[in-house]
Design a protein around this ligand. Structure first.
Ligand code: ADP
Ligand code: MG
Length: 649
């Protein structure tokens, strides 16, 4: 094969360009990125060699070796290596979807002139390899994939293209050579050709890497006489020695009491590419039916794609400190998909496929224990440290709510596990409350837990349906996320009290005044049967019923949904999917005490079949839609009608 020239994929070019002319000042992390890739590559080979020892080519002492020669820095590993296809795919394109978001955030930051040095975006979004171009004028990758015979050399100056050629590569694995930019190979603070600096960086970022990171360093030994005594004044002997720079002792294997919070935080950041401190750290060891150590974290904030299909949940699995897999998603239930961390257990077998392992009894057992543990910690936090719990809830509450409602469909039931961890905004407290707190505050004789759905607090405050409840000082839970109502439906009841939407079914309040009012309205309805029927006919299939309202105080109309079917909010949440089962059965309610009702009565009395009644019916319906935050079916016609009426006035 002759030397080939390839263009980088457009997005890669963009990324490289940003990287090279970077506003990103924390350039030293390039080393961590390249070492972590080397470690990943060794993990892969290690894992594959369990079933195919030939891949090791007789060499099973894994290591990552650093070397400096003038302005050249090499990072060499004896991991899996890459074949031609791997190189083109992995080093020429950015396949992952997170990278687009990364580019956007980087560009955004650049426009705002902010400094990203603390927020380790590069690592977080996994665009590690290209970070080499932050410090190097050119990068050379020599590699041979284990089990193949042809090696390759890849070269680029990061200017939009790279070259690829065949090469003789003696050992499997990858050697990356950076020709450092002059400013990073000189004598300044940012000297990456200096072995002391490199040692310090390895200690700082890569101490826990499970394979030895080695480097030849010059050690000075004092001259000793034949009795072993140091000879004063003699020039020390300089010796070239292969030194292992990292301690390799995995943090989680150490005693809990010997680990500082900062060590946990550092580990979390470096191992899981996070830039914020975790909200919670769990470090547990268990012995018994299964033996394991788990080190789990709840990240400081939810990833932007937590609820999208490209988000990969899961924790790392190790067996006796040997890495098995990166994202075991069957360990923890899906509603804990935001938990990061690892489990190390001698009871996990290395020699079965990852798919079968995930389903194994031991994984399930460990998962169940950890789930219990996490829920217990969260419950304690809610009780003891409200502020921190609310922070957690604001980041991950949605995940728990989805867990409640989706578990009902999968047949398993998360309601009992999670209902006491749920918070909703309360009309009364003006803050988040738990169901237990709501229940404890319920008034004598109050039979239902009232809730209202809307896109924000202001919308719900302004809803005509909430006015009566507010008048009676009844607490209303505000359901602001489309998933909330589904979760509430799944919970069904709390401590014997059922949930009741202010805009579904009948609003049956228990007090005498309400009952009297209701009775009165029933009488008014009887005498206006014809009018209500005429309005309903005018609206055709848009509504299933038109009736007088018991829930309105100052508002003229509102739309409610039939208690048996989905609510309007649920319907709207599914509107995109156009799901026929998610159609709310709409009921138009008219306030019999509003002047507008008097007007309708007059129009009806004058001519029961008048066009005006039809037009007014349509307008009422459209208004009621608007109150729900839904556009009228024909906004232009609505606007025209209103304009015509205003002109007439
Ligand atoms: P990530 O490590 O998150 O996948 P990187 O940009 O750091 O992203 O690396 C891109 C890909 O290049 C890796 O996933 C891997 O397939 C390949 N790669 C990089 N370095 C090595 C290496 N030393 N050995 C083998 N493959 C590597
Ligand atoms: Mg990487």
């Amino acid at each position: 094969m002759a030397k080939e020239r390839h263009e980088f994929q457009a997005e890669t070019k963009q990324l490289l360009d940003l990287m090279i002319h970077s506003i990103y000042t924390n350039r030293e992390i390039f080393l961590r990125e390249l070492i972590s890739n080397a470690s990943d590559a060794i993990d892969k080979l290690h894992y594959e060699s369990l079933t195919n020892r030939d891949l090791l080519e007789g060499n099973d002492s894994f290591s990552i070796h650093l070397a400096v020669d003038g302005n050249k820095l090499t990072i060499a590993d004896n991991g899996i290596g890459m074949d031609k296809q791997d190189i083109v795919n992995d080093l020429g394109t950015i396949a992952r979807s997170g990278t687009k978001a990364f580019l956007e955030r980087l560009r955004e930051a650049k426009e705002n002139g902010s400094d990203l040095s603390d927020k380790e975006l590069i690592g977080q979004f996994g665009v590690g390899f290209y970070s080499a171009f932050m410090v190097a004028d050119s990068v050379t990758v020599e590699t041979r994939k284990a089990g193949t015979s042809q090696g390759f050399v890849w070269e680029s100056t990061g200017d939009g293209a790279y070259t690829l050629d065949e090469a003789d590569v003696a050992a499997h694995g990858t050697t990356i050579t950076l020709t450092l930019k002059p400013e990073f190979a000189g004598s300044g603070e940012e000297n990456f050709a200096d072995s002391d600096r490199l040692s310090a960086l390895v200690k700082k970022y890569s101490d826990y890497i499970r394979y030895p990171i080695t480097m030849n360093v010059i050690v000075e030994e004092p001259v000793k006489d034949k009795d072993g005594k140091v000879v004063e004044g003699a020039e020390p002997i300089k010796k070239d020695e292969l030194k292992t720079l990292n301690s390799m002792q995995p943090l989680w294997t150490r005693n809990k009491s010997d680990i500082t919070t900062d060590e946990y935080k550092d580990f979390f950041r470096h191992q899981f590419y996070e830039w914020e401190d975790p909200l919670e750290i769990f470090h547990t060891k268990a012995e018994g039916t299964v033996e394991y150590t788990a080190l789990l974290f709840i990240p400081g904030s939810a990833p932007y794609n937590l609820y999208y299909t490209d988000f990969e949940p899961g924790v790392q699995l190790y067996s006796r400190h040997v890495f098995i897999m990166d994202k075991c998603k069957d360990l923890l239930p899906d509603y804990l998909r935001f938990v990061k961390g690892l489990v190390d257990s001698p009871d996990l077998s290395l020699n079965i496929s990852r798919e079968i392992l995930q389903q194994s009894r031991n994984v399930k057992l460990i998962g169940k224990n950890l789930e219990k543990n996490i829920l217990k910690t969260l419950a304690r936090k809610l009780e003891k440290n409200r502020e921190e719990y609310e922070k957690f809830w604001n980041e991950y509450g949605k995940s728990l709510k989805i867990g409640i409602y989706s578990s009902m469909m999968s047949g398993e039931n998360n309601v009992d596990k999670l209902k006491d961890l749920v918070l909703f905004y309360s009309s009364k407290e003006g803050k988040l409350v738990s169901l237990k707190e709501y229940r404890e505050r319920m008034k004598d004789g109050q039979e239902k837990i009232y809730y209202a759905t809307g896109k924000d607090k202001e919308t719900i405050d302004a809803m005509p349906q909430t006015e009566l409840l507010r008048d009676r000082d009844l607490e209303v839970l505000y359901l602001l996320d489309p998933v909330d109502e589904f979760a509430v439906e799944a919970i069904r009841e709390y401590d014997g009290k059922t949930f009741h939407s202010v805009s579904r079914g009948d609003l049956d309040l228990e007090d005498e005044a309400f009952k009297e009012e209701k009775k009165k309205n029933e009488d008014i309805a009887k005498t206006n049967e014809g009018l209500l029927k005429a309005v309903k006919e005018a609206l055709g299939t848009k509504v299933t019923d038109v009736r007088l309202s018991n829930r309105l105080k100052s508002g003229a109309v509102c739309l409610v949904a039939d208690a048996a079917g989905p609510s309007l909010a649920m319907e709207q949440a599914f509107a995109g999917a156009d799901n026929p089962f998610m159609k709310a059965r709409r009921i138009l309610e008219i306030n019999p005490h509003h002047d507008l009702f008097g007007r309708l009565q007059k129009i009806y009395a004058a001519d029961a079949a008048s066009d005006k009644l039809k037009e007014y019916s349509g307008l009422l319906y459209d208004q009621a839609l608007l109150l729900e935050g839904i556009l009228p079916d024909d906004p232009v016609a609505f606007a025209n009608k209103v304009a015509r009426m205003m002109a007439k006035e």
